[in-house]
Design a protein around this ligand. Structure first.
Ligand SMILES: NC(=O)c1ccc[n+]([C@@H]2O[C@H](COP(=O)([O-])OP(=O)(O)OC[C@H]3O[C@@H](n4cnc5c(N)ncnc54)[C@H](O)[C@@H]3O)[C@@H](O)[C@H]2O)c1
Ligand SMILES: O=C(O)C(=O)C[C@@H](O)[C@H](O)[C@H](O)COP(=O)(O)O
Ligand SMILES: [Zn+2]
Length: 364
């Protein structure tokens, strides 16, 4: 098992990564709690809820199951979980466990941050993507107009990551998680980026996956320790998200996965970087890897002005001017202000390029 200690400005907690550790949950609870409330989604519940309940020896264990997917990251689910917490009789000494992917982690974490002004919560990630969402304390729900617009920074009391649960993920969710690993590699570690590009997602071994996840967690933890509330370097973790989030909200939450949209956002950020800094970056290599691993890159009927308007709702925006994370090189991220006019031009040529890629793929 690998244990990483995350020491942020507001809290310190451990990230435990290991096989089958879900079956020994008692050992990872940081203290005694009056009751335990597990929040999960319907798919994860089918696989893991009962065995996890059995692994907790506590008199008062409750659970709520939300519908799966991004559509659940909304104010109705948030409110319903508060109602459940009240009905189960949770008090300030209670613990919430977020058992699932980033959606469960974000919404249950935000419930924990707000129920009675805050109770402890533990992240139990079950997706590859959630190596990113479970560490760092960003918790949120979506607004119809923009991703994660309603939320807080609220670090977990612990992260208990049983990598055995990743065995039941489908290909789409494996892809989605790897987009965030690629992002972490691009902002901090060229060798890691090369190793990811050499990985075939259809034949990952457990060891390779565990090593890559652990490297992703190390990068994430190091950045969060330095800048928990995103006043500086944490912005780099948003590489690819300015466009990715805008597309998610325009296309409709859950139509494509978060990671699939971030992958397109990464390509865009790389192209803009090449133009702004007059440099050459490995756009073609990344595009080829995304194609080989069946990432859906096509975008249809995208209105550039609408994308621009949604990009302005990004949390890095200052006085309506968009700030994008760009790369001066691999592992050299910077935050750069981009004018609306430039952005519309970049979007125009990028959307055409994406269309060409799809035509090429169809011609294969
Ligand atoms: N807070 C953060 O720092 C942060 C970071 C990255 C992403 N996010 C957020 O995370 C969300 C995406 O997370 P996600 O990709 O994990 O989505 P998700 O939670 O919707 O999970 C993806 C799908 O996989 C299923 N699933 C989960 N675990 C499974 C398992 N072990 N076996 C089989 N199926 C399983 C789920 O039911 C769901 O259908 C987005 O909302 C994104 O904004 C937050
Ligand atoms: O931890 C961070 O900081 C990130 O930006 C990680 C992102 O992968 C994640 O999607 C995050 O939720 C985006 O945050 P937001 O502040 O842009 O909503
Ligand atoms: Zn993300």
């Amino acid at each position: 098992m690998k244990v990483t200690k995350v020491k942020s400005a507001s809290n310190s907690y451990h990230v435990y990564v290991g096989e089958n550790i879900r079956c020994d949950l008692n050992s990872y609870l940081p203290k005694d709690y009056s009751s335990i409330f597990i929040v999960t989604d319907e798919i994860v519940a089918k696989h893991y809820l009962e065995e996890i309940k059995k692994s907790i020896s506590h008199k008062h264990v409750y659970s709520s199951v939300i519908p799966y997917g991004e559509k659940s990251k909304n104010v109705n689910t948030f409110y319903q979980l508060h109602t459940d917490a009240i009905e189960f009789g949770l008090d300030r000494q209670s613990l919430i466990i977020a058992l699932g992917g980033g959606v469960v982690g974000d919404v249950a974490g935000f419930v924990a941050a707000t129920y009675m002004r805050g109770v402890d919560f533990i992240q139990m990630p079950t997706t590859i993507l959630a190596h990113d969402s479970s560490v760092g304390g960003k918790v949120a729900i979506n607004h119809e107009q923009g991703k994660n617009l309603i939320g807080n920074f609220y670090p977990p009391a612990a992260v208990v990551y049983d990598v055995q649960t990743l065995q039941t993920l489908n290909d789409k969710e494996i892809r989605s998680g790897y987009a965030e690993l690629i992002k972490e590699a691009l902002i901090q570690d060229d060798a890691f980026f090369q190793s990811l590009l050499a990985s075939d997602l259809s034949s990952l071994t457990n060891d390779v996956l565990a090593n890559q996840l652990n490297r992703g967690i190390e990068i994430k933890a190091s950045i969060v320790e330095e800048d928990e509330r995103e006043s500086g370097v944490r912005k780099y973790l948003n590489l690819g998200h300015t466009l990715g989030h805008a597309l998610e909200s325009i296309i409709g939450y859950g139509v494509r996965t978060h990671g699939e949209m971030v992958a397109i956002g990464l390509l865009f950020a790389i192209r803009v970087s090449e133009k702004v800094f007059s440099i050459k970056l490995p756009y073609d290599q990344l595009l080829q890897w995304l194609n080989v691993n069946a990432f859906p890159i096509q975008l249809t009927n995208i209105n550039k002005q609408q994308v621009l308007n949604r990009m302005k709702l990004d949390k890095k925006t200052v006085n309506t001017t968009i700030q994008m994370v760009l790369l001066k090189d691999i592992a050299q991220p910077v935050v750069v202000e981009i004018s609306d006019e430039d952005l519309l031009n970049y979007l125009d040529s990028f959307l055409k390029e994406i269309e060409n890629n799809v035509n090429l793929r169809m011609g294969e």
